[in-house]
Design a protein around this ligand. Structure first.
Ligand code: NAD
Length: 417
């Protein structure tokens, strides 16, 4: 993790608190997580030895509902990173107007060095270590970097064994068989698609606007196919091996097949271009869906898109963001453009609590409605307060959390949101 995420999150909170003229009690409440748990995670290695690594679970805010956020297995996981990510989750769930707060968890380990048996032992041990602090009404983990539905199924099972209950709502991102939601695997892309279409319409782009997508993984590949089906022209995509370009619009079915069979999009029959050229191509819409910090000041000065939708987390550096603002490029921030995943996670939690199973169409319609409502709210606040969308997103999220905090403490809630 190159960025100081916790610092960034606190700066975002401070700017929003200042903009809203909130008092220092609210600032302090948002600066400090409600609960920070540091645990020892012992697991049994295949050679029979016991190993121990550190783990964390942070509930940043439960003012609006149970804490919600992913579980990261990575060597770079630190308590500060987990706290920063939990803070950003509080803003994200509030911006999306979900009945949830913000949380995050992680274990400092390289899971790629573990066998399946070791991974299961680690995940179950982590669950036991945090079990007293998680639950459908308190804190609901989900997948994040290096964790998948399989890990979530283990967490649900272990939690059930500990509590002697069947409680699928304790965790989201589970497999369908274990109570996962339809539409979860494509949720991030579907949410991003909705905001891209709505923002493009607001900006008056043509129906066949040109789209460039960096990253052809879970978020980028699904999104490319969806926007192509919507009639937009996806003219360039990239993965870690390189980028391809076709100004007439790529054949996404063929690109997908090439990626699946030959490992990279660069083997598709199209012009191969450099990674920097991809970001500065002539197009209306640019979607960074791969890396943190992918757009720096140099790229920000040269890119030609009028709209950037941040499907990835933190793809624009703070300095690049300032350049884009100066140049009048509209940036739909990650806190909204990548919020499809947490929104369908919320739907999964609601289905589990009610014992329901929603159809794919139902999930999709509800997701569309949420994303459109959030974009409309955001655009309104940005216009009213003359703020870029990123700052407006933080203001809106913080205002909603502060309102909930003030309602609970009996203070007047005179916040513009
Ligand atoms: P992924 O691992 O499935 O895909 C990442 C893609 O980026 C791959 O195609 C990879 O080849 C490509 N890539 C890596 N390095 C690259 C480079 N230098 N240039 C171009 N492409 C490169 O990951 P994902 O799940 O699609 O996530 C992508 C981003 O979206 C991340 O920032 C993630 O945090 C964010 N995000 C994902 C989800 C989700 O549900 N998948 C939710 C919220 C946010």
């Amino acid at each position: 993790m190159t960025l100081d995420l916790h610092r960034l999150a606190l700066d975002a909170i401070d700017a929003a608190v200042d903009e809203l003229h909130l008092d220092d009690g609210i600032r302090a409440s948002l600066h400090h997580p409600e609960r920070t748990l540091t645990v020892q995670v012992p697991y049994v290695a295949d050679d029979g030895t016991l190993r121990v690594v550190p783990g964390y679970r942070v509930a940043h805010s439960t003012a609006r509902g149970p804490a919600k956020g992913g579980t990261r297995f990575h060597l770079d996981v630190t308590p500060e990173e987990v706290a920063g990510l939990a803070t950003l989750m509080s803003v994200k769930t509030a911006l999306m107007n979900l009945p949830l707060g913000g949380g995050k968890g992680g274990v400092t380990i390289d899971p790629k060095q573990l066998s399946d048996a070791e991974l299961e032992s680690l995940t179950r041990s982590y669950t036991r270590a945090i079990a007293a602090n998680i639950g459908p009404d308190t804190d609901v983990p989900a997948p994040d970097v290096n964790t998948t539905p399989r890990h979530m199924d283990w967490i649900a099972d272990e939690y059930g064994r500990i509590t002697g209950t069947t409680t699928p709502a304790v965790v989201t991102g589970k497999s369908l068989a274990a109570g996962g939601s339809l539409g979860r695997d494509t949720a991030t892309a579907a949410g991003c698609r909705t905001v891209v279409l709505a923002a493009a319409k607001r900006l008056g782009f043509p129906a066949d606007a040109r789209v460039v997508i960096q990253g052809f993984g879970n978020a980028g590949a699904h999104l490319a196919r969806m926007l192509d089906a919507d009639g937009l022209r996806v003219v360039a995509v990239s993965d870690s091996q390189g980028a391809i370009h076709d100004p007439r619009g790529l054949n996404l079915a063929a690109v997908t097949e090439t990626k699946e069979t030959r490992g990279s999009v660069i083997h598709h029959d199209a012009e191969v271009i450099g990674p920097e050229e991809l970001l500065t191509l002539d197009c209306e819409i640019l979607v960074p869906a791969a890396l943190e910090g992918a757009i720096d000041t140099g790229t920000a000065e040269r890119l030609r898109a009028g709209l950037i939708a941040e499907a990835a987390n933190g793809p624009c550096t703070a300095e690049a963001d300032a350049v884009l603002r100066e140049r009048g490029v509209t940036v739909v921030p990650d806190v909204l453009a990548s919020a499809g995943g947490v929104t369908v996670s919320c739907f999964e939690w609601q289905q589990n609590l009610r014992g329901e199973r929603w159809s794919a169409q139902d999930v999709s319609a509800r997701l569309d409605a949420r994303m459109n409502a959030a974009l409309e709210d955001l655009w309104r606040v940005a216009e009213q307060r003359h703020l870029p969308l990123r700052a407006a997103a933080n203001v809106l999220g913080v205002a909603r959390i502060a309102e909930a905090l003030e309602a609970r403490t009996g203070q007047p809630a005179e916040l513009a949101s």
